[in-house]
Design a binder for this molecule. Structure first.
Ligand SMILES: [Cu+2]
Length: 195
């Protein structure tokens, strides 16, 4: 996790007591990998899942995107906040969904966006601050998660079936696994990345 040099922008730098570290590869204390997007890639019955009413939020605080990796459903509200005293330029570098690049001044109105199409994963960057980077996974269904501080992921309410589960990490790429879930059952799957 190399430290990020924010000296070019003192208004960003002074918001951090210690230098902010890049979140590309975050290894948890138990040796697992954080910020890996995990989702059901294949095997679900043909159905349409309605997106939740709540928006998924992406915040800019101290010139850092938070969270670093997020999942959102197709057509779900995506809310972007600038909590900083500086101008940001939010750039969705999507390839399936239309890309956009819009400035967001300090204390500006929150931005509300939607992504219409499945796309796992693409970067959100900032054209002002080259170190700012977040990743978005757009899913047609609600069965996705991002690994956290213990490296686990949980997909709840999945109908019984046989599935292809995919893990996607921004640096180490994609891994696939198969999993069969019995009615009212649970199942587990491990992914291993080697440097
Ligand atoms: Cu920025």
């Amino acid at each position: 996790m190399p430290a990020i040099d924010m000296a070019s922008n003192p208004n960003c730098e002074k918001q951090h007591k210690t230098p902010w570290k890049a979140e590309t590869v975050v290894v948890n204390p138990n040796g697992t990998l954080r910020y890996t997007f995990v989702w059901i890639k294949d095997g679900l019955p043909k159905a349409r899942w309605a997106p939740p009413a709540e928006a998924v939020k992406l915040e800019q605080t101290g010139c850092v995107y938070e969270p670093h990796v997020l999942g959102i459903m197709e057509d779900q509200q995506f809310e972007i906040l600038n909590n900083d005293p500086v101008n940001h330029n939010v750039h969705a570098e999507s390839q399936v969904n239309p890309a956009w690049n819009e400035s967001q001044p300090p204390r500006a109105e929150h931005k509300f966006k939607k992504f219409e199409s499945e796309e796992v994963l693409f970067p959100m960057t900032c054209s002002v601050h080259p170190w700012m980077r977040s990743y978005v996974g757009v899913s047609p269904h609600p069965f996705f998660a991002v690994t956290g501080e213990d490296g686990t992921f949980t997909l709840k309410g999945v109908p019984p079936g046989t599935y292809t589960i995919e893990a996607v990490h921004e640096k180490y790429g994609k891994k696939e696994g198969k999993l069969t879930l019995a009615p009212s059952g649970t199942a587990s799957l491990d992914f291993t990345y080697r440097n």
